[in-house]
Design a protein around this ligand. Structure first.
Ligand code: NAD
Length: 482
């Protein structure tokens, strides 16, 4: 075991107290860490740095590649950017891992036996934050999912399951509606799943899957999800475990990793020695595993489980009858230290398999060899008169070009040539043009010419999306009712 360099940030609010207690528990357990402290959060924001982190701090992160982070307070208003999102994106932390466990009967939970790990994709999906206001009355947010981004999160979920001897990986998507984006996620899950035949695997549509997860979490083990579903589901699962204050998380990339509690800086509890350091400690346990200090991870985790079992609880999980002694942050840390070397009597002890390798996180990507062909264009236009007027104006406009008007939709619903008068018309119309002769191949110039004619006809276009096929399969959705 070699001394591991770790960048530490004490954060804001309860951050310094829970970090202090956590580092004491780690040191007493024998963690071999070389700590570098950086400043992040409120004080940095208020010095006028809108990212909440100083340039010098990045140098420490680049050097250590491992970040143990306490929660920070994001000041309200003022254009401050989320530090978490900045760090995640800058360091390429594509996987967010959140183990959720219930500790019944020692900590109240409606779900005894809950033991689920949520593996959430951390960079793509609607979190690209690519939004546009297209017209007075319409707004859009682009959901972008890539094949390399999806492959690596799915592969990481299977590697995680293999490394931690988990039996099943479940994937949630909404691919009955989003057939291209979520459809690709589901397809990649099946493709990569085939390489892990020893692991049980299943897919659920996210709505009913989430209901089942809240109702019968015992039916799940590792759950891999796109970003937004994962954001929501991981809080739901942590909450029904009965212990949002107890959960830690890791953010893993190919070269960097960040570990933190899932809760915030709880400013109202700051400076009173009452906060529960468990979320940060369990995040630190994941960090020790990442660093290969598995024996220390196991020792401190078992001492923590034993302390929870003994009913030595901070105020947030203290319940008369259930708990034995209400303690502060420091005293809780000392109780864990006193229990080092012991294992829990009722709860499942932590067993990390001391010679087991960590899950891999750096995977090569091989771009599929597909033939891409341009076949048409969707032109989005603002138009306040009738759909029939728009259709006839566009047909005249396109008359002599290489593209012909095929359909018009509004908010994804077909309104021409098929449509019902009841459909709400709001925001731009999506006017779909296909090449008159698909087999001849469509040059980009034809699209530019068509846009020129639309502009010359006085019709205002707001955006375009090119329509491609890949090995002959359509790379675009069809509107409802078309
Ligand atoms: P919060 O999680 O900080 O606190 C909500 C409540 O939960 C607290 O009032 C407290 O009663 C309880 N609580 C949370 N952690 C606890 C602990 N360790 N021990 C005991 N009780 C605990 O959420 P919030 O009040 O919505 O946010 C406060 C600040 O934290 C905001 O500025 C927010 O932006 C920030 N935040 C930061 C992170 C992060 O740095 N990762 C995450 C979430 C929120």
């Amino acid at each position: 075991m070699s001394r591991a360099a770790v960048t530490v940030a004490y954060g804001d609010g309860i951050g310094p107290e829970i970090m202090g207690a956590t580092l004491e528990m780690l040191a007493a357990a024998g963690a071999d860490l070389d700590l570098e402290t950086i400043e992040i959060g409120r004080s940095v924001y208020l010095r006028g740095n809108s990212s909440g982190i100083e340039p010098g701090a990045w140098e420490s992160l680049r050097r250590t590649k491992v970040f143990l982070k306490a929660p920070i307070t994001t000041p309200q208003g003022g254009g401050y950017k989320s530090l978490n999102v900045t760090v995640r994106k800058a360091l390429g932390l594509y996987a967010n891992i959140r183990p959720c466990v219930s500790y019944v009967p020692f900590v109240e939970s409606k779900q005894p036996g809950l033991d689920v790990v949520i593996v959430r994709e951390n960079e793509e999906d609607l979190y690209g934050g690519i939004e546009h206001r297209q017209s007075v009355d319409s707004f859009q947010c682009l959901k972008i999912m890539t094949r390399p981004g999806t492959e690596r999160i799915i592969r990481y979920a299977f590697e995680y399951a293999r490394s931690y001897k988990r039996k099943k990986v479940t994937c949630f998507t909404k691919d009955n509606i989003m057939k291209l984006t979520d459809g690709m996620f589901h397809k990649v899950f099946e493709e990569i799943g085939a390489e892990y035949p020893e692991i049980e695997q299943e897919h659920w549509i996210v709505d009913i899957g989430a209901a089942k997860l809240a109702d019968t979490p015992q039916a799940f083990d590792v759950v891999v999800v796109p970003n937004l579903y994962g954001d929501i589901l991981s809080d739901v699962v942590a909450q029904i475990a009965g212990s949002v204050g107890l959960a830690g998380s890791s953010n893993i990339g190919a070269r960097y990793a960040m570990f933190e509690a899932i809760h915030g800086s709880a400013p109202r509890r700051a400076g009173q020695n009452v906060a529960n350091p468990s979320g940060l400690l369990l995040a630190a346990v994941q960090m020790l595993l990442h660093l290969g200090q598995r024996e220390v991870a196991e020792r401190v985790h078992n001492a923590w489980l034993r302390t929870i079992e003994e009913g030595i609880h901070t105020y947030d999980i203290f319940r008369e009858g259930n708990s034995r002694r209400k303690v502060g942050t420091k005293e809780f840390g000392q109780a864990v230290i006193a229990n080092l070397g012991k294992i829990p009597g009722t709860l499942q002890p932590a067993r990390y398999g001391l010679d087991r390798p960590n899950p891999r996180s750096d995977f090569p990507y091989h771009r599929p060899d597909e033939v891409k062909a341009l076949v048409g264009v969707d032109i989005f236009v603002e138009f306040t008169r009738s759909v029939e007027e728009l259709a006839s104006a566009l047909r005249v406009t396109a008359e002599r070009g290489a593209l012909a008007l095929e359909s018009i939709a509004n908010r994804g619903m077909s309104v021409w040539p098929f449509g019902l008068g009841e459909t709400l018309l709001a925001g731009p119309f999506q006017c779909r043009f296909f090449a008159r002769n698909r087999s001849a191949g469509l040059p980009h110039r034809a699209i530019v010419d068509l846009l020129g004619s639309v502009e010359a006809a006085g019709i205002e276009f707001t955006k375009t999306e090119l329509l491609y096929t890949f090995n002959g399969a359509e790379g675009f959705s069809r509107s409802q009712g078309a």
